[in-house]
Design a binder for this molecule. Structure first.
Ligand code: 5GP
Length: 121
């Protein structure tokens, strides 16, 4: 699947649609999910144009990969859900049709602030 420049997260990255920003650096943008499924539900997205984790794994530079992983950790710390600052969380990314992905720009969901429950429901 080729990258759709008009997906909702591309518009958020361009500032065309507002978001409740949590964190931003050269590699990632993080904001609260518009429809939170848990007490804390954040999204972390790379700034580069990647459809999903498979696309990212094949095309992103080492710097982008490190930037995304570090970004997830920084956001978790900022939200006080990391192992350092809180009680842990779940990081999850949906990939394509069977994964249930709705927005075709790679994003990690961070769920926390309460027990998250079963891995798959
Ligand atoms: P997916 O199903 O693709 O893994 O998750 C997409 C997520 O994006 C959903 O949890 C949905 O609530 C969230 N979302 C969709 N549109 C918007 C939006 O305009 N703003 C924000 N902050 N989140 C959105």
């Amino acid at each position: 699947m080729s990258y759709d420049n008009n997906n909702i997260f591309a518009k958020i990255l361009r500032g065309e649609i507002p978001c409740k920003k949590i964190y931003e650096d050269n590699y990632v943008l993080s904001f609260h999910d518009i429809n939170p499924q848990k007490k804390i539900h954040a999204l972390v997205i790379p700034k580069g144009k990647y459809v999903d984790l498979d696309d990212f794994s094949q095309k992103a530079s080492p710097e982008e990969m490190v930037g995304l992983l570090k970004g997830i950790n920084l956001v978790a710390k900022k939200l006080s859900i990391s192992v350092d600052t809180g009680k842990g969380y779940r990081a999850l990314t949906n990939i394509s049709e069977h994964g249930g992905q709705e927005v075709p720009h790679l994003h990690f969901h961070l769920f926390g602030g309460e027990k998250i429950g079963k891995m798959v429901e």
